[in-house]
Each structure stands twice: as structure tokens, then as C-alpha cells.
Design a protein around this ligand. Structure first.
Ligand code: FAD
Ligand code: FES
Ligand code: MG
Length: 317
């Protein structure tokens, strides 16, 4: 039992009662695209407790690994497992992708964050892009269970990068695929069909939920604002403790300071100070590049790691 999460006093917090971190064995691993991996990990208590919209924080190294948040994409209470879907973007996610079935993730804690507010809103349009498709999956499941009509707009650079295409198609009342290169569905940005739906007197959404790269969420919120359609976004700011104490995930919402880990991750997209959030997300780029580079040198995977580090260096210029 000690390998699983247990409720009890948090040593770091002292005052708060939260879930204590422990190890989690990898039961299943699948590479979903060139840079996206799916793990099912043994975490029976999290599987029971989690709700749509919540996340875990893990470390790939118990003593000096950084803490990385990942959304709980699915859970199986019979197997006692949760599903994590992640993209390799830097040192820790690259290190995590090298874990194999049977390995223990040394530290995993959750469920964290406030669950998605679910009720019968009517017609909900769920916009998701890239690895944001994974966190949208449990939200669509919950919206459907509450009786909503759900339209999904999924975007990716090309067809090979669409995750969970069959699962999402099976859940949705309508699904629209958008690719940058036109290799599947329509060519263009997710905001194009979103605008069309907002203008459609019959199909106008009662609510929009957008999850994906911050720039995509920002433009979804800008698209829906003139039509007065409530738009919820799931923010992915940098997190450290995940309990509201370090201030790492601070964002400004409607002029007020909020912490994504405890007040979110979901917020009203029309209230988010996007420029502040985007600036804060890039605050540690040089250190992240250095860390990825050093990991590559020690790991013997220098070529790919160097390519990633170069890409990140270009991106931050
Ligand atoms: P780095 O090179 O260290 O960082 C790359 C970029 O990731 C940084 O520029 C920064 O913007 C962001 N980042 C870095 N460290 C953190 C951190 N500690 N916390 C948050 N962001 C960070 N990604 C997925 O692929 N799948 C998910 O399901 C998922 N869910 C998330 C849920 C939440 C609530 C949040 C806040 C983030 C989520 N992310 C998810 C993003 C994921 O946490 C980052 O991609 C990861 O931390 C990058 O770590 P790295 O060391 O590999 O990359
Ligand atoms: Fe520390 Fe949110 S991660 S306050
Ligand atoms: Mg990192």
C-alpha cells in the first residue's frame, strides 16, 4: 500500500492535508507519434478520486528531478491505473519517454487542481490542438454524460499528429478536423470553424472549452469574445509545488492574481492576461536549453537532443 498515494499531512506544507507523493509503476507504454507518448501507470487511489480537468505532478528523479505537471487523460478503476499523454519538449519529458513498462516513476502526486465545472450547458464546442487533445478527452466524456451536445474542433500540423482520433470521433456529436497542411480534414486554423459556429444562429455554442498551446487558446478567446460566448481555457503555466505556495504558476485573471495549480487550471479565457502568461512561460528558456543539452550529453543521445536544443534556441530568439 505504501507505494500508492495516501492522504495525510504534507511535510512541506505542514498546515495542509494533501496527497503524499509516491512511486507509480508503468503498466503500458505506447509511442503515439514522433514526440508523443502514452503511459498507463499504476495509481489506484488517483484513479478513484480524479475528476475531468485534474492533473498529477511527477519527478523522473526522486532527489533532484524537477516537478512536471501532466493532465490525467483517463483512468481505469478496475486496473487501478491512470493514463498520461505527453509530448517530449525538453529534458524531463525526454527522460520520461525513456522509461519502460515495469519501471517505477519515482514520484507521482495527485489528483491536483480544481475539476472542470460540468453541467448541461446545451451545445458545447471543445477546441483542442496538439497534445491538448489528451486533456480534452475526459472533459468530453463528462460533458456527454451530463447530456450536452458536443462539437469537437481538433487541430494539428498534419494528420499523423492527431491523437485519439477514433476515441474523440466516437464521443462527439460533430467533429471537425483542421490541419495546417490540409493532409486531413480542412486546411486552416481551428479558429475558422469556431468563428463560423459562433455566427450560425442554429449552431451557436452555449459554451466553448479550448485546450492546447497558449497561443491557440488566446486566439480562440479572441474569436468568441465579440459573440459573447463563454470560453474556458486550461492554462499550462510553469509549476513547481502544485499546492499554491511557490507562486511559480501565478497568472493575472480579470486584473487579479490567481494560481493555476489551485485556482485553476481552468479560467475564463476572456479574462486572462495572455501577454503576461506567455512571457512568464518563457522565463527559464536558457536554463531549460542548458538542461536538455546536458541531459543529451550524459545520455548518449546527443544528436536528437542537440536538434531539440537548437530548435528551442531558435524558437526563443
Ligand atoms: P522544458 O525544456 O523544461 O520546458 C519546455 C517548456 O515547458 C517551458 O518553456 C515551459 O513553458 C514549460 N514548462 C517547463 N517546466 C514546466 C513546469 N514545471 N510546469 C509547467 N510547464 C513547464 N504536457 C503534456 O505533454 N501533456 C499533458 O497532459 C500536460 N498537462 C499539463 C497540465 C498542466 C496543469 C500544466 C501546467 C502543464 C501541462 N503540460 C502537459 C506541460 C508540461 O508540464 C511541460 O511540457 C513540461 O513541464 C516540460 O518539461 P521539460 O523539462 O520536458 O521541458
Ligand atoms: Fe506553486 Fe502553483 S505551482 S503556486
Ligand atoms: Mg524542464
Amino acid at each position: 500500500m505504501e507505494r500508492y498515494l495516501q492522504k495525510g499531512p504534507c511535510h512541506a506544507a505542514g498546515l495542509f492535508s494533501i496527497f503524499q507523493p509516491t512511486m507509480a509503476k508503468i503498466l503500458f507504454k505506447k509511442q503515439m507519434s514522433s514526440a508523443v507518448y502514452m503511459f498507463r501507470v499504476e495509481a489506484p487511489l488517483i484513479a478513484q478520486e480524479r475528476k475531468a480537468g485534474q492533473f498529477i505532478i511527477l519527478q523522473t528523479n526522486k532527489d533532484n528531478g524537477e516537478r512536471v505537471p501532466l493532465t490525467i487523460a483517463d483512468a481505469d478503476t478496475t486496473e487501478g491505473s491512470i493514463t498520461l499523454i505527453f509530448q517530449t519538449v525538453g529534458k524531463t519529458t525526454t527522460e520520461l519517454s525513456k522509461f519502460e513498462v515495469g519501471d517505477d516513476i519515482p514520484v507521482l502526486v495527485g489528483p491536483l487542481g480544481s475539476p472542470t465545472h460540468i453541467e448541461n450547458f446545451g451545445h458545447v464546442v471543445c477546441v483542442c490542438g496538439g497534445v491538448g487533445i489528451a486533456p480534452m478527452h475526459p472533459i468530453v466524456q463528462a460533458l456527454k454524460a451530463a447530456g450536452n451536445k458536443v462539437t469537437i474542433i481538433m487541430g494539428a500540423r498534419n494528420e499523423s499528429l492527431f491523437l485519439m482520433k477514433d476515441e474523440m470521433t466516437a464521443l462527439a456529436d460533430n467533429i471537425i478536423f483542421m490541419t495546417d497542411d490540409g493532409s486531413y480534414g480542412r486546411k486552416g486554423l481551428v479558429t475558422e470553424p469556431l468563428k463560423e459556429l459562433c455566427e450560425d444562429t442554429k449552431g451557436k455554442p452555449d459554451m466553448v472549452i479550448a485546450i492546447g498551446p497558449p497561443i491557440m487558446m488566446k486566439f480562440c478567446a479572441l474569436t468568441t469574445k465579440p459573440y459573447g460566448v463563454k470560453t474556458v481555457v486550461s492554462l499550462n503555466s510553469i509549476m513547481v509545488d502544485g499546492t499554491g505556495m511557490c507562486g511559480g504558476c501565478r497568472v493575472t485573471i480579470g486584473g487579479k492574481t490567481k494560481f493555476v495549480c489551485v485556482d485553476g487550471p481552468e479560467f475564463d479565457g476572456h479574462e486572462v492576461d495572455w501577454n503576461n502568461m506567455l512571457q512568464r512561460m518563457g522565463a527559464f528558456k536558457p536554463q531549460e536549453q542548458e538542461s536538455l543539452h546536458r541531459f543529451g550529453a550524459n545520455d548518449g543521445h546527443k544528436c536528437n537532443i542537440d536538434k531539440m536544443a537548437d530548435a528551442k534556441a531558435k524558437e526563443s530568439k
